[in-house]
Each structure stands twice: as structure tokens, then as C-alpha cells.
Design a protein around this ligand. Sequence first.
Ligand SMILES: [Ca+2]
Ligand SMILES: [Ca+2]
Ligand SMILES: [Ca+2]
Ligand SMILES: [Ca+2]
Length: 260
Amino acid sequence: MFPEVGFTAPGSRFLLPAAQDPDLGTNSLQSYQLSSNRHFSLDVQNGSDGGKYADLVLEHSLDREEEAIHELILTARDGGDPVRSGTAQIRVVVLDANDNAPVFSQPIYKVNVLENLQKGSPVVTIKATDLDEGSNKEITYSFGRITDKASKVFHLDPKTGDITAVGNLNFEESAFYEIEVQAHDGGGLFDRSKVVVVVSDVNDNPPEIAISSLFNSVPEDSPPGTVIALLNVLDPDSGENGDVTCSIPTFGHQRQRSPL
Ligand SMILES: [Ca+2]
Ligand SMILES: [Ca+2]
Ligand SMILES: [Ca+2]
Ligand SMILES: [Ca+2]
């Protein structure tokens, strides 16, 4: 006997085929007994035809993830002397219910990348697992809350969880991305996690010189130290990549400023 049961509440009944004993009176079938177990009991009823019928009654909820198959032995005894008995094996196969949500391997995935990361390069792989089986454990990944800027730069493979760079990063524009990611199973349950991408600076900007003011003529009696031009030098990189040294190489002496 192989009943297959799904998500079933305690108190549910499964009719078992009746034992046959052609003897009469006390020599015929007198009792049923079920092997000891934690989930099922027997409810024996006397039929109007004198036969005895047993229902398998679910006493405690089943959990496929804990135990997928329950092997029971039903024993039927007569009242003879000596007692004669017969046994039947009952195999209860527990069908899966979607009672487990996917769970991400990390509450936050933090990665550091350089701003010159090539398009198509992997950034990070997110991973969620689900204890159920079949479509109840099949996971589809997606972005949750995400800025427009981030959605243009990152792509998430819904099956593998691989996040790749599909746009250009630029430290000067955005040094940090925080993206919500979700993992849905085939039965509507899901989990959330977060991907934080920290972008590091690369020296990808040369200094730019702008003349903010320049005096066209300089009187010959100007004293040393007279301002004849004001320059504005800008390098948008950070740290040493943005430090600027100014010099006038064609003259014998140099005047330096560092950093700006
Ligand atoms: Ca399950
Ligand atoms: Ca599931
Ligand atoms: Ca620079
Ligand atoms: Ca830079």
C-alpha cells in the first residue's frame, strides 16, 4: 500500500484495505495493530457485515523535508489459539508542499571593484537555497529596489545569480551602489538580500588647466610678486590621483603648488 499525501492537516484519514480471514467467530479477524510511529494511529470500525475496517489517521503534521517516506507495518490478528496473524507493509510517501522560502547565503554581498572594470566582467554571484523540491525549490533571481543609474550598469542573470557590469563605472560619478536583490521560488515565496558595490578610484583623468584671468600687458617696473595670470587647475580624481603639481619648465626656476 503506497498512499501519497500532500500538505495534510492532523485528523485526516486514509482508508486501509481490510484483512481477510475465512474462519468464523473468535478464529476470525479480531484486531489490528500498527507499528509504533510518531505520526499515525489506527481507528478500527466494525462493519455491518461483521468485518473490521481500519483507517490510518494522521495525528501529527508531516514534513517532507524532515521525513519523505514513512514505513509502517499493519498487523491483523485473529482470536484463535494459537493466535494467527498477517502483516502488510504500508509505505506513506509525503508529497512536497511549498512550506520553505528561499534563503540567501548572505544578508549582504559587499564587493570592491575598480572604476575601469571592463564591460561584461563578473561583479558578484548571489546564491539562495530552498529546502523544498521541484518547482517549489526552483529559484529565480531579480533586482528589487534599484536606482536607474545602477540598473544601467549592472545585469543579474535570473537563473545563475551572476551579476555582471554591462555599463561603464565611474568613480567620479558614483563611488557606491546599493541594490536590493530577491530570490523567488516557483510557489511564490521569496527572500531579500542586498548587494553593495564599492567603486575604487583609478587615475583616469588628466589635470585640466583653465586661465581664470590674464593681464595682457605688464608694466616694466612691476615689482617681483606681481600677479600676471590666475590659473585654475582641476583633476577630478581622488587622493594622489587628484594631486596636481604646476611648473613652468622653460624657465630656470620653478614655482610649485601641491596639492590644489
Ligand atoms: Ca516542503
Ligand atoms: Ca520553497
Ligand atoms: Ca588624475
Ligand atoms: Ca578616477
